[in-house]
Design a protein around this ligand. Structure first.
Ligand code: HEC
Ligand code: HEC
Length: 318
């Protein structure tokens, strides 16, 4: 056999294979009708109390399903405590939210819809509005075979749509598949930093560059994140969910608080290891990366973002 052009590549290549199918839970299996209905609901400002906000106001297709803001802005210009996270690859996410307070993707929607200063809707008013639109009545009928338009069926349809938001294949994936020319030599060196001296892959693991764990990485923000759910845990104080790094170039500003404007600022932060405190993960330590290693790392991160995929906004039922 000819030697592999990148040493040791084949050992771990399999860990970076993109999955072929989306995992839909047995409690909410995929159907095309349900996904189409969820897509319409997602883009419909009727879900908010004053008709100004849809889910897509904060989760925009062109911004990797975030909104480009450091903190989300709800109706009436109300600033929320957290940055709008990406929704790509939520099908592989066990717990929703930066602190994982939502057990399922289904259960996130009504926190936004009913959230005061978020979408500020009420459940009766939402159901009344949807029931008054014949196109929705028909779409719910096709999706749920006679079940009423209810909080539950709205949640199931939205979550089905969200699970279809899979990050597109990128230069990195073409490299993993064997195309040595798909990424530059410096990006390959950056991947070695990512897995080696940078220790990034300790937490940003697998094809999705997260396995959904929670860590304190030493950010200055006062929010204690998952620590609110587990007040007796030292390690979970200031802990937030490891985000995917797919499409990351399209998602500034970074972190739950939008505190870094560029990937270069993120890499400098990790290099210095942030705030030393008891909760900070032992996997975070001063790295002492050279300027070249930092540059290579950023070049590697860029290979995780593919070309923009046009996303047609649906025609809303009427
Ligand atoms: C005003 C901006 C805003 C609107 C509108 C909004 N979201 Fe979000 N979304 C957020 C923020 C901020 C978070 C993080 C919340 C947290 O961590 O507690 C979030 C988190 C989520 C998550 C969890 C993702 C993950 O990986 O943890 C899902 C799913 C989600 N939103 C879906 C929706 C749906 C569906 C709608 C419409 C019904 C919606 N959002 C409307 C800002 C918004
Ligand atoms: C101890 C686990 C851990 C290690 C090691 C780690 N990360 Fe992270 N990473 C996280 C967590 C947790 C967050 C989210 C933190 C937050 O928002 O509070 C994050 C966020 C990020 C983000 C922001 C993504 C977004 O959408 O906002 C980038 C980029 C990133 N990490 C890159 C890296 C790089 C590059 C390295 C290596 C130098 C690295 N990470 C090492 C856990 C880790």
């Amino acid at each position: 056999m000819p030697p592999s052009p990148t040493p040791n590549l084949d050992d771990w290549r399999s860990a970076y294979q993109r999955p072929e199918t989306i995992p839909f839970p047995a409690s909410n299996p995929y159907s095309a009708a349900k996904a189409a209905l969820g897509r319409a609901l997602f883009f419909d400002p009727a879900l908010s109390g004053d008709g100004t906000h849809s889910c897509a106001t904060c989760h925009q297709p062109g911004l990797s399903w975030g909104d480009g803001l450091a903190r989300a802005v709800g109706i009436g210009g109300n600033r929320l405590a957290l940055r709008s996270p990406t929704l790509i690859n939520v099908a592989w996410t066990d717990a929703g939210g930066w602190d994982g307070k939502f057990d399922t993707i289904e259960s996130v929607a009504f926190a936004a819809i009913l959230g005061h200063g978020n979408m500020s809707q009420t459940e009766p008013r939402l159901l009344e509005r949807l029931n008054a639109i014949p196109g929705y009545v028909e779409a719910f009928q096709q999706s749920f075979f006679g079940l009423a338009i209810s909080r539950n069926t709205v949640e199931l349809a939205l979550a089905t749509f969200e699970r279809t938001l899979v990050s597109p294949a990128t230069p990195f994936d073409r490299w993993v598949a064997g195309d040595e020319a798909a990424i530059s030599a410096r990006a390959k060196a950056g991947f070695e930093v990512f897995r080696g001296r940078g220790h990034c892959a300790d937490c940003h693991a697998s094809w999705n560059f997260t396995e959904g764990a929670f860590f304190d990485i030493g950010l200055a923000d006062a929010d204690i994140g998952r620590g609110r759910l587990f007040p007796n845990s030292v390690a979970l104080r200031h802990a937030f969910k490891v985000p995917t790094l797919r499409d990351v170039a399209r998602r500034a500003p970074y972190m739950h608080d939008g505190s870094f404007l560029t990937l270069s600022a993120v890499v400098d932060f990790y290099d210095g290891a942030g705030i030393d405190r008891p909760s900070r993960s032992p996997l975070i330590r001063k790295l002492g990366l050279s300027a070249r290693e930092k540059h290579d790392l950023i070049e590697f991160l860029a290979t995780l973002t593919g070309d923009p995929v046009p996303f047609p906004v649906p025609v809303l039922p009427r």
